[in-house]
Design a protein around this ligand. Structure first.
Ligand code: SAJ
Length: 441
C-alpha cells in the first residue's frame, strides 16, 4: 500500500518554531493534526488555542486551527497517515550534532507505524542521518522501507520573523529514500506550499540544507573580517560594502556583533564534524563569527578607558561610576537578530557574559521583545540612566524611535557603540554623543 492523496491525519513531533507553524498550516488546509511535544506546558497551551513563542500572526493561525478541531496537542504519538519529525538537533560542547531528540522521536513512533505510512524528517541533520540513523530505527516496525513505509527528508527553510509567508512561498527540496517516497511527500506538502518543489535523494537534501546556511555564515564571516580590516586601516566597512555591492556580481553581507540563532551558528559544524580536514573555510568562518562578541567587548573596553568620566563641561554632570566604583554599560537588544524573541546562540548574550566575567562593570539591558532576563530594565531610558556606554546590539524596529535628547540626559557619558550601523551617526554627534561604529576605524 502506498501513500495516497486527500485529507490526512498527520502526527507532528516537536512543536517549536518549525513544528508548530507547520502543524497549524496543515490543519488550516484541512488535514487532521496531532501536535506532539514532550513539554506538557506547550501541549496544554496548544489545546487552549494559545502559543508560547512569538512569531508574527502565528497566534491567529494556531487559534484558528485549534478552534476548527483540526489541531490538537498531545504528549504521545498515535496512529496516523504521516509522521513529521521536527525536533531540535542541538550542538554539543565538542561541536558535534546531538541527534538524541531525533532518535527519541523516531523510536516513539515505531509502535504506531502501519503499512502505507509516510515518515518525514524536517529537523536539520548531518548528511547521512536519514539513511544511517532514521531508517534503521524505522525498520524495527517490521515494515519494508521504501514500499510499505515511505521515508524522506524535507528540510525547513523559513526565516524566523517571516515563517508563515515563507512556509507557503519558499521553494522546497525533498529528498526521498526512493522516488516514491519523495513524490508522496511532495504531494502532501503541495497542500499549502506554493513555491517550486524539487525532488532529490535524502543525503543530497540534507547537504543542501546545511550548505544554504553555511553559504550565509561564510559570507557573514567575510563581512566581519572586512569590518576588522576597515577598523585597522581607518575606513568604514559599511561604505565599502555599499559601494562594492553596486557591482552586479558582488553581494557582501552585513558585519555585526556575531552570528546567532539555531541555524547559521550551528549547521556548518554538522559539515565540519563529518569532514574536518576538508571543511577548512567553513570552520574558519565559524571561528571568525564566534570571535565577534569578544571584538565588541574589546572595543567597548577601549572606549570606556579612553573617554572622560563625565560629560563635557556645561552639558550637565552625572557620576559615571556607581557607589561601588563600577562603570555602567547599557546593552540594547539581546535576541539573536531584529524583531524576534529568540535568544538562542545570541552573540549579545555572549557579550553580556564577557562583561559579567569582569568586576569593573555594571550591566543594564533593554529589549522590547524579552520579558525576563537578568539586568533587564523597563525601558531604554532607565537602562541608560548613569551609563558610560550604550551598545546597540540588535537593530529592533523599536530602536528606530528613540528620544535621543532624553537618552543624552540620562547617560553619565554619552558614548554609543552601534554594532549594526542602525543609527544616524552624524545626527547623534550633533546632539553631543560620541558615536562609535563597528567596522569603522
Ligand atoms: N547576520 C549578520 N549579517 C548578515 C545577515 C545575518 O550578521 O548579513 C546575522 C544575524 O544578525 C543573526 C544571524 O546572522 O545573528 C542569522 O540570521 P539570519 O537572518 O541570517 O538567519 P536565521 O538563522 O534567522 O535563519 C536562517 C535562514 N537561512 C538562510 O537565509 C540561508 C532561514 O532561511 C533558515 O530556514 C533558517 O536559518 C534555519 O532554520 O535553518
Amino acid at each position: 500500500m502506498v501513500f495516497i492523496n486527500g485529507k490526512k491525519k498527520i502526527c507532528i513531533l516537536g512543536l517549536g518554531y518549525i513544528g508548530l507553524p507547520t502543524a497549524a498550516m496543515f490543519a488550516t488546509h484541512g488535514h487532521k493534526i496531532v501536535g506532539v511535544d514532550i513539554n506538557q506546558k506547550i501541549v496544554d497551551a496548544l489545546n487552549e488555542g494559545k502559543i508560547t513563542i512569538y512569531e508574527p500572526y502565528l497566534d491567529i493561525l494556531v487559534h484558528a486551527a485549534v478552534t476548527s478541531g483540526n489541531l490538537r496537542g498531545s504528549t504521545q504519538p498515535e496512529e496516523a497517515d504521516a509522521f513529521i519529525i521536527s525536533v531540535p538537533t542541538p550542538i554539543t560542547e565538542e561541536k558535534a550534532a546531538d541527534m538524541s531528540y531525533v532518535e527519541i522521536a523516531a523510536e516513539s513512533i515505531v509502535p504506531y507505524l502501519r503499512p502505507g505510512n509516510l515518515v518525514i524528517l524536517e529537523s536539520t541533520s548531518p548528511p547521512g542521518t536519514v539513511k544511517n540513523l532514521l531508517v534503521p530505527i524505522l525498520e524495527k516496525s517490521g515494515l519494508k522501507i521504501g514500499t510499505e513505509l515511505l521515508v524522506a527528508h524535507c528540510p525547513e527553510r523559513v526565516l524566523p520573523g517571516k515563517i508563515l509567508i515563507e512556509l507557503v512561498e519558499n521553494p522546497r527540496i525533498i529528498g526521498g529514500i526512493n522516488q516514491e517516497s519523495a513524490e508522496a511527500v511532495r504531494d502532501l506538502y503541495r497542500t499549502f506550499v506554493k513555491g517550486e518543489i524539487y525532488l532529490t535523494d535524502a543525503t543530497t537534501a540534507e547537504m543542501c540544507k546545511l550548505m544554504e546556511n553555511t553559504y550565509r555564515d561564510v559570507n557573514i564571516a567575510l563581512a566581519n573580517e572586512l569590518a576588522l580590516i576597515c577598523e585597522n586601516i581607518g575606513v568604514s566597512a559599511w561604505e565599502v560594502i555599499k559601494l562594492a555591492n553596486k557591482h552586479p556580481r558582488v553581494n557582501i553581507h552585513q558585519p555585526g556583533p556575531g552570528v546567532g540563532g539555531h541555524c547559521l551558528a550551528v549547521d556548518p559544524w554538522f559539515i565540519v564534524e563529518k569532514v574536518p580536514d576538508t571543511a577548512k573555510l567553513i570552520k574558519l568562518s565559524r571561528i571568525i563569527n564566534d570571535s565577534m562578541p569578544m571584538h565588541v567587548f574589546e572595543r567597548a573596553k577601549s572606549i570606556l578607558s579612553a573617554g572622560p568620566d563625565t560629560r563635557e563641561p556645561g552639558t550637565g554632570e552625572m557620576a559615571a561610576h556607581g557607589s561601588d566604583g563600577k562603570k555602567k554599560v547599557t546593552i540594547l537588544g539581546i535576541t539573536y537578530k531584529a524583531n524576534i524573541d529568540d535568544t538562542r546562540e545570541s552573540p549579545i548574550i555572549k557579550l553580556i557574559e564577557l562583561f559579567e566575567e569582569q568586576t569593573d562593570y555594571e550591566i543594564s539591558i533593554y529589549d522590547p521583545h524579552i520579558a525576563e532576563y537578568r539586568h533587564l530594565a523597563k525601558d531604554i531610558y532607565s537602562a541608560a540612566h548613569g551609563s558610560s556606554l550604550l551598545i546597540l546590539g540588535v537593530n529592533h524596529e523599536a530602536f528606530s524611535k528613540v528620544d535621543f535628547e532624553l537618552l543624552y540626559k540620562e547617560m553619565a557619558c554619552p558614548n554609543i557603540l552601534d554594532t549594526r550601523n542602525f543609527w544616524n551617526g552624524d545626527m547623534l554627534s550633533k546632539l553631543g554623543f560620541k558615536y562609535h561604529l563597528l567596522g569603522r576605524g
